[in-house]
Design a protein around this ligand. Structure first.
Ligand code: UDP
Length: 236
């Protein structure tokens, strides 16, 4: 059910199985393991600890992670995009009348994101939300609110490593079952950013679409070849 990439355990089954697997946990931290995040995890002690926790499950998000698994001759069954897992969890919350908390992104983005989620999922209860611009070490009012509202799942969209630092710091203090860092997903749910067209996603070119739309991302892409070189060295 898992493969090893550079010492990280990567989930190796379908999205549907992942949703079932979540039930086994009292608390789970779902990590979208794209090459950039995994590469950061090699160099940052706190991230490394977070990714290796017993309650962390890393999903193979991004074509670079799929290529890495192939280079290691242990290919993952499928790429699992974090945003699609978030959608499945929203569906589940809707079906089972569960509550969620949204944390991250700019104020206008999170407001619009919550509105769109509520319009699409009538039975789902967004029990609270907060934008992602606050001091991670001084956010008692947010922590208190989440403790009081007891959401089933909390989605944290503050980019890596900020969202992971939040989770690592507060996971044991917050009464949620599911923690998930979702990067720029609120921007997409809000309609303010668009996901790549389907054909680009299926060709593994989502990264290219994002660079065309947001050229400043080009610098961040350098972690993909660096990550793959590490994988090749690990393999030899
Ligand atoms: N963000 C935030 N707080 C910060 C910095 C960023 O909430 O201090 C939000 C930002 O508004 C955006 C998301 O985090 O919605 C960044 O997502 P990005 O696209 O960088 O993440 P990726 O999908 O690449 O992991």
């Amino acid at each position: 059910m898992f493969i090893d990439i550079l010492g990280f355990k990567i989930f190796n089954d379908s999205k549907e199985e992942l949703i079932k697997y979540i039930e086994k946990f009292e608390k789970i931290n779902l990590i979208s393991g794209n090459p950039e995040i995994l590469f950061n995890g090699l160099n940052d002690k706190l991230l490394n600890k977070c990714f290796k926790n017993d309650n962390s499950v890393i999903i193979p998000d991004g074509v670079g992670t799929v290529i890495a698994s192939r280079l290691l001759k242990n290919p993952v069954k499928e790429k699992i995009a974090g945003i699609e897992v978030m959608k499945e969890l929203l569906k589940k919350a809707n079906l089972e009348n569960k509550s969620i908390y949204l944390l991250g992104a700019k104020e206008e983005v999170i407001q619009k994101c919550a509105q769109n989620i509520e319009n699409e999922f009538n039975n789902l209860n967004i029990c609270g939300l907060h934008n992602g611009y606050f001091d991670l070490n001084n956010c008692n009012s947010i922590i208190k609110e989440i403790q009081e509202k007891k959401p089933w799942a909390i989605f944290i969209a503050m980019g890596c490593p900020r969202q992971e630092y939040f989770i690592e710091k507060y996971i044991n203090k917050l009464p949620c079952k599911i923690f998930m860092g979702v990067g720029g997903s609120f921007d997409i749910f809000s309609g303010m950013s668009k996901r790549a067209p389907r054909w680009m996603i299926s060709l593994g070119l989502e990264w290219l679409y994002r660079v065309i739309k947001e050229p400043w991302r080009i610098k961040r892409l350098t972690s993909i070849p660096k990550f793959l070189v590490k994988v090749l060295k690990y393999n030899s």
